[in-house]
Design a protein. Sequence first.
Length: 240
Amino acid sequence: MDNQLTNAYIINAIKSLIDDLGVKESVNHDEIIKLIYRQQIKDAIYVIARQLGLPIKINISYVSKNYKSNDNNKFRSKAMSRVNRERSEEIIAQVAIPKDLPMFGSHELINYKIDVKVSENCCTYPETFIAVIAHELSHVLLYSLRHPEKENEIYTDLVANILGFSDVISIGRKNEVEEDLGYRINTLTTTYGYLTDEQFELVNCKIKEIIEKYKTIINQCVNQENKMEMLILHEYSGLL
């Protein structure tokens, strides 16, 4: 899954998206995982959508985990998942983006129905499922914004990371399953997303750096505000 992107391209894309969307600290993905383990898949998707700022309604359907590579009903998450060989453990999702999708921030987008298909084995790797759905719903977000990079898979990967899913994606972007062949153990690795390992590490570090910088600025403002309040109280007490 190597690509020819430069670090400068990725960093510029991060800055551009943060200018457009802002940046969020990592979501508490443990709470989402609990919903997935309870088979409350739709509720889990709602939490992911709200983290991305999408007030949409979800219509969910399932596809058998036992599909074959030549099945007519096979689907992929816009080539989101890349594998070294076909296997049924792969977590796959598909989000349909209607041509008449309302604009972000409009009243029409509230409770607008979005169809989501997921594989029946989505509970097997909950972190991967979260990563895949966050990516797919990031497409919806960019389309609703009429963003010029709405079809750019790298930008879509970055949106999910920037808006709070970087930690869970770092866990779920790779799955490894051991296959006992009798004479040797074969490890099957599935990698999700469009960033190489090195690029993902760059993205993760850059996002954390930006969040820490924002935190520092906020703390400085709060401290300054507290100092002003203390000064006002001091001056006021002198008048009593």
